[in-house]
Design a binder for this molecule. Structure first.
Ligand code: IPM
Ligand code: MN
Length: 367
């Protein structure tokens, strides 16, 4: 009997369901080719769940995730739900609680600019000729996103907002270990991001990362203040390997990296918890781009980020490395063939503009 895996599928809002349909096609083909069985369980999340039951993260969605080996996530949010109270909005009410509930502290966001797509980047082509490959490792369950106190209160006749940045040394240590381990399997360099010239958090972050670095003598470490990093990444992205950042800085820098890589529609991500001991992780896998409400429902969204996220899931949560590599290669092959969704189409010779389903079918055909 073929090995069976349970996957909670949370497609969400906007282009989420459209691109998820293509990732499912890919998984179905992988199941045939690699003799495995994927039990996909579709569940509502985000705005779609609010419309159905009033809650952005219904209990039965969480329950399905709990019994699954991994979560394949689309995207949540949209104009329709923007005026709800903050905690009931799709992003804050679904994404953040899911990360916290499952202890998904390690967010891996590969910012890969394919050599064939350098023209799609807003950065001058000579700065990124040959493409680049940077892995953003973002701390995901701590820092200012979750620190207490957090409030908006009336003080002396005016409103005062408080967010608190808190990091325990153990939280810094474990995310640094993820970054160093990743660097060992790649270019052997970690650039750690902080604001040690202003924040106490930065001092502790830097000190702790230095300490962890001693256990990885084969990895070269350097540090950048976040403001300087924003500049350096955009001017010389090819010189970076692994970028390690606290939650908020990682949020911002990973969007910057995604943009200069050419299109949000190409970038996958993994949010992982502690290792389960067998080299595998429970994780949630989602495209880096959002719900793109402006193009939702038109069948033109790029499904590649969702498909590459499924590949990351096979690699980190299911241990199906060969299958993951086959998907990565199939994506590269269709790009080399000139297939382009609107976000990466520039009209140069050799390009064929395709829609969401055509792109998915082409990738399946390459497997
Ligand atoms: C992301 C998003 C989320 C974040 C939002 C939607 C809460 O921007 O995954 O990067 O800030 O973490
Ligand atoms: Mn973000």
């Amino acid at each position: 009997m073929s090995k069976s895996y349970q996957i909670a599928v949370l497609a969400g809002d906007g282009i989420g369901p459209e691109v998820m349909a293509e990732a499912k096609k890919v998984l179905a083909r992988i199941a045939e080719l690699h003799d495995v069985d994927f039990q996909l369980e579709d569940k509502l999340v985000g705005g779609a769940a609010i419309d159905d039951s009033g809650s952005p993260l219904p209990e039965d969605t969480v329950a399905a995730c709990e019994k699954a080996d991994a979560i394949l996530f689309g995207s949540v949010g949209g104009p329709k739900w923007e005026n709800l109270p903050p905690d009931q909005q799709p992003e804050r009410g679904a994404l953040l609680p899911l990360r916290k509930h499952f202890g998904l502290f390690a967010n891996l966001r590969p910012a890969v600019c394919f050599p064939a797509l350098t023209h799609a980047s807003p950065v001058k082509e000579d700065r990124i000729a040959g493409g680049f490959d940077v892995l953003c490792v973002r701390e995901l369950t701590g820092g200012i996103y979750f620190g207490e106190p957090k409030s908006i209160e009336e003080v002396d006749g005016e409103k005062v907002a408080i967010d608190t940045m808190v990091y325990k040394q153990s939280e810094v240590r474990r995310i640094a270990e993820v970054a160093f381990t990743a660097a060992q399997g790649r270019g052997g360099r970690v650039t750690s991001i902080d604001k040690a010239n202003v924040l106490r958090n930065g001092i502790l972050w830097r000190e702790t990362v230095e300490e962890v670095a001693k256990n990885y003598p084969d990895v070269k470490l350097d540090h950048l203040y976040v403001d300087n990093a924003a500049m350096q990444l955009i001017t010389r992205p090819r010189e970076f390997d692994v970028v390690l950042a606290p939650n908020l800085f990682g949020d911002i820098l990973s969007d910057e990296m995604a943009m200069i890589a050419g299109s949000l529609g190409m970038l996958s991500s993994a949010s992982l918890g502690e290792s389960k001991g067998d080299g595998l992780y429970y994780g949630m896998y989602e495209p880096s781009g959002g719900t793109a409400p402006d193009i939702a429902g038109q069948g033109i969204a790029n499904p590649i980020a969702q498909i590459l996220s499924a590949a990351m899931m096979l690699r980190f949560s299911l241990g199906l490395n060969e299958a993951a590599e086959a998907i990565d290669a199939a994506v590269k092959a269709v790009i080399d063939d000139g297939l382009r969704t609107g976000d990466i189409y520039t009209g140069s010779e050799g390009q064929t503009k395709v829609g969401t389903a055509e792109m998915g079918d082409a990738i399946v055909a390459k497997l």
